[in-house]
Design a protein around this ligand. Structure first.
Ligand code: SF4
Ligand code: SF4
Length: 315
């Protein structure tokens, strides 16, 4: 079944108040405050609350997308938060990349837009590029991803400088799920996927997954294409025997609960409660993550190997 496009989804007016979104929301788990949930925001908007009064709620969302497949009214919940953020002032300015370096040309190539966390995990970055036979783009669009997240404007000149080298790429492997979602609109003719999905298809990596592994799916890319990927990951789980960060509805529970202020660096991160919840009651010996940004969060709370998926290639 193809993923439902955001424009086919309902708006907040369709919210019935069923509260199913609460079951998967890391912000609900952390705050137990209905105002900080999709249910709370939708009901407030239905009752005419001004957007400015929802600022704290809108900034609290991690944009993990877990609530979308849970919502029986098929509301564009991620799109709703992004739209509300564009109407508010961000808690901090996003520094845009204004270098005017040599323009790359990725015609006919597979291009990796590595997140800052993957760039810092040098071994994982090199193996990802090798396994996926792709070039690592110098301009990874991290500033654009952050501006999308914060709802701040992106100058046309910057957008063009980022997109022009990608126009004739064969495939784009985008590490940031939010950027990938936007790129599908900007570059509709190019195949766009995530490093986690692309790497998990490599037989060289799959054969190293074990039944005592916890395999941590990157939630943004997964939920953006849930209908298709839920079966794919179920097959991977059955083939390898590993555990996954999926709940009973097969929704990916995020390993972190980074809100907008934390993404923008104006507030310290505190992911321990979320990560511990994910690990609760599991008998595992190793954690394998798709998103290099999850490594630090797990290492803070467990004393066992935490590796990026691409690092399995060396075993
Ligand atoms: S996107 Fe994630 S954090 Fe935001 S409301 Fe949905 S489940 Fe909660
Ligand atoms: S799951 Fe959807 S319909 Fe139900 S409360 Fe949440 S947003 Fe509203």
């Amino acid at each position: 079944m193809p993923a439902l496009a955001a424009h086919s989804r309902s708006g907040f007016a369709a919210c019935s108040g069923c509260s199913l979104c609460l079951l998967v929301c890391p912000v609900w788990r952390k705050t137990r405050d209905l105002r900080y949930t999709p249910h709370g925001r939708a009901k407030a908007l239905q009752h005419g609350v001004p957007v400015a009064e929802l600022k704290n709620s809108v900034e609290s969302c991690t944009l993990c997308g877990a609530c979308e497949p849970a919502c029986p009214e098929i509301i564009d919940l991620v799109g709703m938060v992004l739209s509300l953020r564009r109407q508010l002032t961000a808690p901090a300015a996003v520094t845009m990349n204004d270098t005017n370096g040599k323009t790359a040309n990725y015609a006919g190539q597979r291009v990796l837009l590595a997140t800052p966390a993957l760039r810092e995990t040098v071994v994982a970055l090199e193996r990802t590029a090798k396994l996926l036979d792709c070039v690592v783009a110098e301009d990874n669009g991290a500033d654009i991803a952050l501006a999308l997240e914060a709802g701040t404007p992106i100058a046309n000149a910057r957008r063009e400088r980022f997109l022009t080298p990608l126009f004739s790429a064969k495939k784009i492997i985008a590490g940031d799920g939010l950027l990938a979602r936007q790129l599908k609109d900007w570059l509709p003719l190019i195949e766009i996927t995530s490093p986690g999905i692309a790497l998990s298809k490599c037989s060289e990596l799959r054969r190293h997954l074990r039944s005592d592994d916890l395999y941590v799916i990157e939630p943004r890319a997964f939920h953006a294409n849930y209908d298709e990927l839920v079966l794919y990951y179920d097959d991977l789980r059955h083939a390898t025997g590993c555990a996954m960060n999926l709940d009973l509805q097969r929704i990916a529970i995020p390993a972190t609960a980074r809100n907008l202020r934390q993404r923008l660096g104006v507030e310290a991160e505190d992911n321990a409660a979320q990560t511990r919840w994910l690990l609760q009651g599991r008998k595992i010996a190793r954690i394998v993550v798709e998103d290099a940004g999850d490594i630090a969060a797990f290492r803070q709370v467990v004393d066992m190997p935490v590796v990026h998926l691409a690092e399995l290639a060396n075993e």
